[in-house]
Write a protein that binds this ligand. Structure first.
Ligand code: ZN
Length: 288
Protein backbone atom coordinates (compact mmCIF):
# COMPACT_ATOMS: atom_id res chain seq x y z
CA UNK A 1 0.00 0.00 0.00
CA UNK A 2 2.80 2.37 0.96
CA UNK A 3 4.48 1.69 -2.40
CA UNK A 4 1.39 2.72 -4.36
CA UNK A 5 1.17 5.95 -2.39
CA UNK A 6 4.81 6.70 -3.15
CA UNK A 7 4.23 6.09 -6.83
CA UNK A 8 1.17 8.31 -6.99
CA UNK A 9 2.88 11.08 -5.10
CA UNK A 10 5.92 11.22 -7.35
CA UNK A 11 4.69 13.51 -10.14
CA UNK A 12 3.39 16.14 -7.67
CA UNK A 13 6.70 16.27 -5.79
CA UNK A 14 8.75 16.08 -8.98
CA UNK A 15 6.90 18.94 -10.62
CA UNK A 16 7.39 21.16 -7.59
CA UNK A 17 11.10 20.22 -7.45
CA UNK A 18 11.49 20.87 -11.19
CA UNK A 19 9.83 24.27 -10.97
CA UNK A 20 12.08 25.13 -8.04
CA UNK A 21 15.00 24.98 -10.52
CA UNK A 22 13.31 27.86 -12.34
CA UNK A 23 12.83 29.77 -9.10
CA UNK A 24 9.15 28.86 -8.86
CA UNK A 25 9.27 27.98 -5.21
CA UNK A 26 6.04 29.22 -3.69
CA UNK A 27 2.34 29.42 -4.62
CA UNK A 28 2.83 33.14 -5.29
CA UNK A 29 5.69 32.42 -7.74
CA UNK A 30 3.47 29.89 -9.46
CA UNK A 31 0.70 32.43 -9.99
CA UNK A 32 3.24 34.94 -11.33
CA UNK A 33 4.65 32.33 -13.71
CA UNK A 34 1.30 31.52 -15.37
CA UNK A 35 1.13 32.06 -19.08
CA UNK A 36 -1.73 34.48 -19.65
CA UNK A 37 -2.24 33.12 -23.18
CA UNK A 38 -2.77 29.52 -22.06
CA UNK A 39 -6.30 28.37 -21.40
CA UNK A 40 -6.29 24.80 -20.01
CA UNK A 41 -7.29 23.57 -16.57
CA UNK A 42 -4.99 24.35 -13.65
CA UNK A 43 -4.51 22.92 -10.19
CA UNK A 44 -3.22 25.70 -7.94
CA UNK A 45 -2.25 23.14 -5.27
CA UNK A 46 0.02 20.72 -7.17
CA UNK A 47 0.59 22.98 -10.22
CA UNK A 48 -0.77 20.41 -12.67
CA UNK A 49 -2.00 21.70 -16.04
CA UNK A 50 -4.13 19.77 -18.49
CA UNK A 51 -7.26 19.50 -20.58
CA UNK A 52 -9.79 19.06 -17.80
CA UNK A 53 -10.55 17.76 -14.32
CA UNK A 54 -12.15 14.40 -13.59
CA UNK A 55 -15.83 14.17 -12.71
CA UNK A 56 -18.49 16.83 -12.85
CA UNK A 57 -18.44 20.57 -12.09
CA UNK A 58 -19.24 20.46 -8.36
CA UNK A 59 -17.43 21.62 -5.22
CA UNK A 60 -16.97 17.95 -4.19
CA UNK A 61 -15.81 16.82 -7.66
CA UNK A 62 -13.77 18.24 -10.59
CA UNK A 63 -10.88 16.18 -9.24
CA UNK A 64 -7.25 16.92 -10.11
CA UNK A 65 -5.87 13.80 -11.83
CA UNK A 66 -2.57 14.28 -10.05
CA UNK A 67 -2.97 15.41 -6.43
CA UNK A 68 -6.63 14.45 -6.03
CA UNK A 69 -7.77 17.95 -5.04
CA UNK A 70 -11.47 18.57 -5.49
CA UNK A 71 -12.78 21.98 -6.50
CA UNK A 72 -13.40 23.24 -2.95
CA UNK A 73 -9.82 22.35 -1.91
CA UNK A 74 -8.56 24.55 -4.72
CA UNK A 75 -10.95 27.38 -3.82
CA UNK A 76 -9.83 27.44 -0.18
CA UNK A 77 -6.18 27.54 -1.20
CA UNK A 78 -6.92 30.18 -3.85
CA UNK A 79 -8.63 32.35 -1.19
CA UNK A 80 -5.63 32.04 1.13
CA UNK A 81 -2.98 32.86 -1.48
CA UNK A 82 -4.88 35.61 -3.30
CA UNK A 83 -5.80 37.42 -0.07
CA UNK A 84 -2.39 37.14 1.57
CA UNK A 85 0.79 39.07 0.86
CA UNK A 86 3.81 36.86 0.21
CA UNK A 87 5.19 35.93 3.63
CA UNK A 88 6.41 32.99 5.70
CA UNK A 89 3.21 32.19 7.63
CA UNK A 90 2.68 29.90 10.57
CA UNK A 91 -0.21 27.86 9.13
CA UNK A 92 -2.47 25.47 11.02
CA UNK A 93 -4.86 23.34 8.97
CA UNK A 94 -7.61 21.29 10.59
CA UNK A 95 -8.33 17.95 8.95
CA UNK A 96 -6.76 18.51 5.51
CA UNK A 97 -8.49 16.23 3.01
CA UNK A 98 -5.36 15.61 0.95
CA UNK A 99 -2.62 13.26 2.09
CA UNK A 100 1.12 13.19 2.60
CA UNK A 101 2.29 14.77 -0.71
CA UNK A 102 0.06 17.79 -0.05
CA UNK A 103 1.25 18.16 3.53
CA UNK A 104 4.88 17.85 2.42
CA UNK A 105 4.36 20.62 -0.15
CA UNK A 106 2.69 22.82 2.48
CA UNK A 107 5.62 22.22 4.84
CA UNK A 108 7.98 23.31 2.06
CA UNK A 109 6.07 26.57 1.56
CA UNK A 110 5.01 27.45 5.11
CA UNK A 111 5.66 26.74 8.77
CA UNK A 112 2.88 24.18 8.54
CA UNK A 113 0.99 22.09 11.10
CA UNK A 114 -1.91 19.79 10.29
CA UNK A 115 -4.35 18.69 12.99
CA UNK A 116 -7.34 16.41 13.33
CA UNK A 117 -9.95 15.79 16.02
CA UNK A 118 -9.79 12.01 16.26
CA UNK A 119 -7.29 10.88 13.59
CA UNK A 120 -9.92 8.50 12.20
CA UNK A 121 -10.28 9.91 8.70
CA UNK A 122 -7.12 12.00 8.66
CA UNK A 123 -3.55 11.27 9.76
CA UNK A 124 -1.91 14.45 11.00
CA UNK A 125 0.76 15.91 13.30
CA UNK A 126 -1.57 16.94 16.09
CA UNK A 127 -4.84 15.88 17.71
CA UNK A 128 -6.98 18.97 18.38
CA UNK A 129 -10.52 19.73 19.49
CA UNK A 130 -11.53 23.17 18.19
CA UNK A 131 -13.53 23.75 21.38
CA UNK A 132 -10.46 23.30 23.58
CA UNK A 133 -7.26 24.04 21.66
CA UNK A 134 -4.15 22.97 23.52
CA UNK A 135 -2.19 25.73 21.84
CA UNK A 136 -0.62 28.98 23.05
CA UNK A 137 -2.30 32.35 22.55
CA UNK A 138 -1.34 34.17 19.32
CA UNK A 139 0.54 31.13 17.98
CA UNK A 140 -0.61 30.99 14.32
CA UNK A 141 -0.88 33.51 11.47
CA UNK A 142 -3.27 31.49 9.31
CA UNK A 143 -5.86 28.85 10.09
CA UNK A 144 -7.24 26.82 7.20
CA UNK A 145 -10.35 24.99 8.30
CA UNK A 146 -12.22 23.12 5.56
CA UNK A 147 -15.54 21.47 6.43
CA UNK A 148 -14.85 21.02 10.14
CA UNK A 149 -16.88 23.64 12.04
CA UNK A 150 -20.19 21.99 11.12
CA UNK A 151 -18.99 18.91 13.07
CA UNK A 152 -18.30 20.91 16.27
CA UNK A 153 -21.21 21.10 18.75
CA UNK A 154 -20.36 24.47 20.36
CA UNK A 155 -19.68 26.99 17.58
CA UNK A 156 -19.22 29.92 19.97
CA UNK A 157 -16.62 28.09 22.05
CA UNK A 158 -14.71 27.06 18.90
CA UNK A 159 -14.67 30.64 17.56
CA UNK A 160 -13.42 31.91 20.93
CA UNK A 161 -10.59 29.39 20.88
CA UNK A 162 -9.66 30.15 17.28
CA UNK A 163 -9.59 33.86 18.08
CA UNK A 164 -7.31 33.20 21.02
CA UNK A 165 -4.70 31.15 19.15
CA UNK A 166 -4.49 33.47 16.12
CA UNK A 167 -1.85 36.20 16.30
CA UNK A 168 -3.11 39.78 16.00
CA UNK A 169 -3.54 40.36 12.26
CA UNK A 170 -3.85 36.57 11.79
CA UNK A 171 -6.65 35.17 9.69
CA UNK A 172 -8.85 32.14 9.48
CA UNK A 173 -10.04 30.86 6.09
CA UNK A 174 -13.20 29.03 6.99
CA UNK A 175 -15.09 26.71 4.70
CA UNK A 176 -18.31 24.96 5.68
CA UNK A 177 -21.02 23.55 3.43
CA UNK A 178 -23.53 26.37 2.84
CA UNK A 179 -26.71 24.84 1.46
CA UNK A 180 -29.33 27.16 2.97
CA UNK A 181 -29.72 30.84 3.86
CA UNK A 182 -29.74 30.62 7.67
CA UNK A 183 -28.10 28.35 10.25
CA UNK A 184 -30.12 25.51 11.78
CA UNK A 185 -29.32 22.13 13.29
CA UNK A 186 -30.00 19.26 10.87
CA UNK A 187 -33.67 18.21 10.92
CA UNK A 188 -32.65 14.57 10.84
CA UNK A 189 -29.31 13.14 12.02
CA UNK A 190 -26.76 13.84 9.32
CA UNK A 191 -23.32 12.36 8.76
CA UNK A 192 -20.66 13.16 6.23
CA UNK A 193 -18.72 10.60 4.19
CA UNK A 194 -16.29 9.76 6.96
CA UNK A 195 -19.17 9.06 9.42
CA UNK A 196 -18.64 12.33 11.31
CA UNK A 197 -21.83 13.81 12.74
CA UNK A 198 -23.05 17.19 11.48
CA UNK A 199 -24.26 19.47 14.30
CA UNK A 200 -24.91 22.60 12.25
CA UNK A 201 -26.09 23.39 8.75
CA UNK A 202 -24.66 26.89 8.36
CA UNK A 203 -26.10 29.82 6.46
CA UNK A 204 -24.94 33.35 5.72
CA UNK A 205 -25.65 34.50 9.29
CA UNK A 206 -22.32 32.88 10.19
CA UNK A 207 -20.81 36.24 9.13
CA UNK A 208 -22.52 37.86 12.13
CA UNK A 209 -21.36 35.13 14.52
CA UNK A 210 -17.78 35.75 13.42
CA UNK A 211 -18.16 39.51 13.90
CA UNK A 212 -19.67 39.02 17.35
CA UNK A 213 -16.51 37.11 18.25
CA UNK A 214 -14.43 40.14 17.19
CA UNK A 215 -13.27 39.01 13.75
CA UNK A 216 -13.16 41.41 10.81
CA UNK A 217 -14.99 39.26 8.31
CA UNK A 218 -15.81 39.03 4.64
CA UNK A 219 -17.22 36.20 2.61
CA UNK A 220 -15.06 35.38 -0.41
CA UNK A 221 -16.81 34.16 -3.56
CA UNK A 222 -16.43 34.00 -7.33
CA UNK A 223 -17.18 37.03 -9.52
CA UNK A 224 -19.96 34.98 -11.12
CA UNK A 225 -21.77 34.36 -7.81
CA UNK A 226 -21.32 37.99 -6.77
CA UNK A 227 -22.91 39.26 -9.98
CA UNK A 228 -25.90 36.95 -9.69
CA UNK A 229 -26.50 38.20 -6.13
CA UNK A 230 -25.99 41.80 -7.24
CA UNK A 231 -28.61 41.32 -9.96
CA UNK A 232 -30.96 40.17 -7.22
CA UNK A 233 -31.75 36.80 -8.84
CA UNK A 234 -34.13 34.62 -6.87
CA UNK A 235 -33.62 31.61 -9.14
CA UNK A 236 -30.26 30.22 -10.24
CA UNK A 237 -29.84 30.22 -14.05
CA UNK A 238 -29.18 26.42 -14.17
CA UNK A 239 -31.09 23.76 -12.23
CA UNK A 240 -29.35 23.62 -8.82
CA UNK A 241 -27.78 20.50 -7.35
CA UNK A 242 -30.42 18.84 -5.14
CA UNK A 243 -28.67 19.25 -1.78
CA UNK A 244 -28.64 23.07 -2.13
CA UNK A 245 -31.72 25.09 -1.17
CA UNK A 246 -31.03 27.88 -3.66
CA UNK A 247 -34.16 29.98 -2.94
CA UNK A 248 -33.20 30.04 0.76
CA UNK A 249 -29.55 30.78 -0.06
CA UNK A 250 -30.42 33.64 -2.41
CA UNK A 251 -32.83 35.07 0.18
CA UNK A 252 -30.26 34.83 3.00
CA UNK A 253 -27.13 36.08 1.23
CA UNK A 254 -26.12 39.70 1.90
CA UNK A 255 -24.35 41.44 -0.97
CA UNK A 256 -22.52 43.86 1.32
CA UNK A 257 -20.69 40.96 3.02
CA UNK A 258 -19.49 39.36 -0.24
CA UNK A 259 -16.08 39.96 -1.78
CA UNK A 260 -15.53 38.50 -5.27
CA UNK A 261 -11.98 37.25 -5.74
CA UNK A 262 -12.01 34.90 -8.74
CA UNK A 263 -12.54 36.36 -12.21
CA UNK A 264 -14.15 34.47 -15.07
CA UNK A 265 -10.87 33.05 -16.38
CA UNK A 266 -9.59 31.75 -13.03
CA UNK A 267 -13.06 30.43 -12.19
CA UNK A 268 -13.03 28.43 -15.43
CA UNK A 269 -9.42 27.23 -15.25
CA UNK A 270 -9.61 26.10 -11.60
CA UNK A 271 -13.23 24.91 -12.10
CA UNK A 272 -15.13 26.91 -9.45
CA UNK A 273 -18.53 26.01 -10.93
CA UNK A 274 -21.36 26.43 -10.10
CA UNK A 275 -20.67 29.66 -8.21
CA UNK A 276 -23.05 29.12 -5.27
CA UNK A 277 -20.92 26.17 -4.09
CA UNK A 278 -17.76 28.27 -3.58
CA UNK A 279 -17.78 30.36 -0.43
CA UNK A 280 -15.01 30.89 2.10
CA UNK A 281 -15.07 33.22 5.10
CA UNK A 282 -11.95 35.25 5.73
CA UNK A 283 -11.98 36.19 9.43
CA UNK A 284 -9.19 38.38 10.73
CA UNK A 285 -8.26 38.98 14.35
CA UNK A 286 -7.56 42.72 14.30
CA UNK A 287 -3.97 43.80 14.90
CA UNK A 288 -3.59 45.43 18.31
ZN1 ZN B 1 -3.56 18.95 -8.21
Amino acid sequence: MQKITDLLSRPFAERIARLALKDVTSPWDWFDSLDARASGSLCNICWWQGDGFQGVAHSESATCPDCGSIARDRFLFYCFICCSPRKQYRVLETSPRLGAPYREAMARWFDYTASDFDERAHRTDLQLDLQDLKLDDDSFDVLLTPHVLEHVPDTGRALEEIYRILAPGGRMFLQVPVQQGWTTPPLVPEFHGDRTEVYWRFGFDLTHRLREQGFVTRLLCTDGFYHQVKKGVRRWPDPPSGEFDLPSMLAGVELANLTPISDEEMTRRLCFHPGYMFLTWEAEKPAR
